[in-house]
Design a protein around this ligand. Structure first.
Ligand SMILES: Nc1ncnc2c1ncn2[C@@H]1O[C@H](COP(=O)(O)OP(=O)(O)OP(=O)(O)O)[C@@H](O)[C@H]1O
Ligand SMILES: [Mg+2]
Length: 365
């Protein structure tokens, strides 16, 4: 039995059924188990459309072994089946619940009735799973849109940041033939050019890691290092706006178990907001520390700015999707940051500072 279920699921994954929510297989298997037991059946199967108009594919089977996919109007595979109940989702038939009683005898009317209600429940479950999958997908798309928007801001300032050191490297290479005999020129400018090249490489690496993150995975991560990377990436943007960014990292900060790429996106959004909130000669201070005040200790990143502050009537709304007070803002930055942090079991809050400006406090368990 279990073998059939696992086999069906394996084949489903192998065929890459894009339209199916992945989490259906688990609950579907449990559901079939319930149906088989409640109706005293020999076997049962659940077939779903992989996408509208496409083949019906088994998502779970009970006591049948592997079932092949089936054309929508063809005889269901793995028969004979005594009952094939449609799973209706609105006006659409999203799949079939197949039942085979012991010894092939027909089910009594009361059991047929019960099976019909179970098929209705399965269709509802399916709809919920699809809605949940759609919601996850929508969140992923919003996070992606937010990342692209941050990249747009970064691109111009980072390009500028790369051009200047390249000019000094080019000058060194141009002058080299005529200054070949000059020992001091060779060593000083070689070190200088090398330093600039290293800096460009570092910047490009940080940018690529932000633009094309590794697949989602949580692992022990050094928050100080993530802060340093994002500050390096935003350094040019801050200087362009005349804002000083200062980092005060606690060297004893323990590692936190997080998804590095997602946390970088959080830091990017919050620090970029702080830089944008500051007028020229503003200051952004980023502090990391351990907070022992709660029941369990947590790691904290505080981003304080000397900017214009947040109007009290806006404080409630800043984490809402699409809330923005900026002409070209998407209003996604803080929403995505909040989603990511709470998904990690942490929290993010904003508060006014006594001396003016705002402090965002992000904590990870
Ligand atoms: N440090 C801050 N100081 C003052 N206001 C802030 C600060 N951070 C966020 N806000 C307010 O919260 C709003 C929402 O921020 P969020 O990052 O979600 O979107 P945005 O910055 O407006 O747009 P985008 O992130 O796409 O550029 C901002 O428009 C701004 O009004
Ligand atoms: Mg923002």
């Amino acid at each position: 039995m279990a073998g059939g279920r696992t086999g069906a699921r394996r084949r489903r994954e192998g065929r890459g059924n894009g339209g199916l929510p992945a989490e259906v297989a688990g609950p579907a298997g449990a559901f079939l188990e319930l149906v088989v037991r409640a109706l005293g059946l020999e076997r049962a199967a659940l077939l779903l459309e992989s996408s509208p108009g496409a083949l019906l594919v088994p998502v779970a089977t009970h006591g049948v072994g592997d079932l092949p996919p089936c054309e929508p109007d063809a005889e269901p595979p793995g028969g004979p089946w005594t009952l094939a109940l449609p799973l209706r989702s609105g006006l659409r038939v999203a799949g079939m619940l197949l039942l085979a009683p012991r010894g092939g005898v027909a089910l009594p009317p009361a059991d047929v009735d019960l099976a019909g209600r179970m098929a209705e429940a399965a269709a509802l479950l399916l709809e919920h799973a699809q809605l949940a999958a759609d919601l996850v997908r929508a969140h992923e798309l919003l996070a992606r849109a937010d990342r692209l928007s941050a990249l747009g801001t970064l691109a111009a300032s980072v390009a500028h940041e790369i051009r200047n050191p390249l000019v000094s490297v080019r000058t060194f290479i141009q002058l080299l033939p005529e200054r070949l005999g000059d020992q001091e020129f060779r060593t000083t400018f070689r070190d200088l050019a090398l330093g600039e090249v290293e800096r460009i490489c570092g910047l490009i690496n940080d940018l690529l890691a932000f633009a094309r993150p590794a697949p989602a995975q949580v692992e022990p991560t050094d928050l100080n290092e993530l802060v340093a990377q994002i500050v390096r990436l935003l350094d040019a943007e801050a200087r362009r706006r005349g804002v000083v960014v200062a980092c005060m990292s606690d060297p004893a900060l323990p590692l936190v178990t997080v998804d590095e790429a997602q946390v970088k996106q959080v830091l990017m959004n919050v620090i970029l907001n702080a830089i944008e909130a500051c007028a020229a000669r503003g200051r952004v201070e980023i502090t990391t520390r351990t907070d022992e005040s709660g029941e369990e200790s947590s790691c904290v990143v505080a981003v304080a700015d000397s900017g214009r502050g947040i109007a009290p009537e806006h404080l409630e709304q800043i984490f809402d999707p699409f809330f923005t007070t900026k002409d070209a803002g998407s209003g996604l930055g803080l929403f995505v940051a909040h989603e990511i942090v709470t998904h990690h079991g942490g929290g993010i809050t904003a508060a006014p500072r006594a001396e003016g400006g705002t402090v965002f406090t992000i904590h990870f368990p």
